[in-house]
Design a protein around this ligand. Sequence first.
Ligand SMILES: [Zn+2]
Length: 275
Amino acid sequence: MKTILLQKRHIHTGSLILVNRDYGYHTEENTSLIPVQEHTPDILIQRRAGILLSSLMEQINGWQHIVPVSGWRSLAKQQTIWDDSLSENGLPFTSTYVAVPGHSEHQTGLAIDLGLRQKEIDFIRPAFPYDGICGLFRKRAADYGFIERYPAGKETITGIGHEPWHFRYVGIPHAAIITEHQLTLEEYLFFIRQFRHGRASYHFRRNSQEISVSWLEADGNGCGEACLDTELPYSISGNNFDGFIITEWRQCDAYQKELRRASSENRSVPQPGMA
Ligand SMILES: [Zn+2]
């Protein structure tokens, strides 16, 4: 086991950062942006999210029927979209469908608006129905780390109207857990707080992998110490306000083998994710 020191700036980075009306996006270092697809070089997304989105689209032959409408936005771009919508559509519409500048997920490079390929595409509210190819995309999205970020019925939690077209990369396995439990990102980040790093973890099984997720609250200085088996894959993301979500992968087979060996040697094995 190794201790990983986490610093205050890490709270504001990672695939699980919460950006909404309460928590703004303050990091403007999007060095790892790539085009969502080759035909739309101006629509950008963070590299890892982009690679997974491409795999998903390839799987379902998605780009035949779906177009990327909006990806990463700078703060200035978000301000322009807000100002234009305000003068064209008025405040009630704009505040329902456009995030206040500084508080848009699009600034993180982790969000993508998708639309069904058709003659006229509405930039703010593109059509992305629940059936056909769009339905298939939704069905597979969680396996590739994406969630529908603003579902119907959760408007008071997200602070944004129902947006069937807006998808957010949160990573694997978080997208699957969120989708399975029908949570929003806000609710998930609250839910995961009960699994305190070093004491408990949420277990998720994916193919032959056992994945554990735990929560580490930052100390008074915004820092934290995670204790991990660094020989196994892991990822750490901030939540953008007070701590870190730690995800650890472990092969079930290896774990089972170790369990068997341990039981023959009459010793116990910590559960995956338990420090
Ligand atoms: Zn959007």
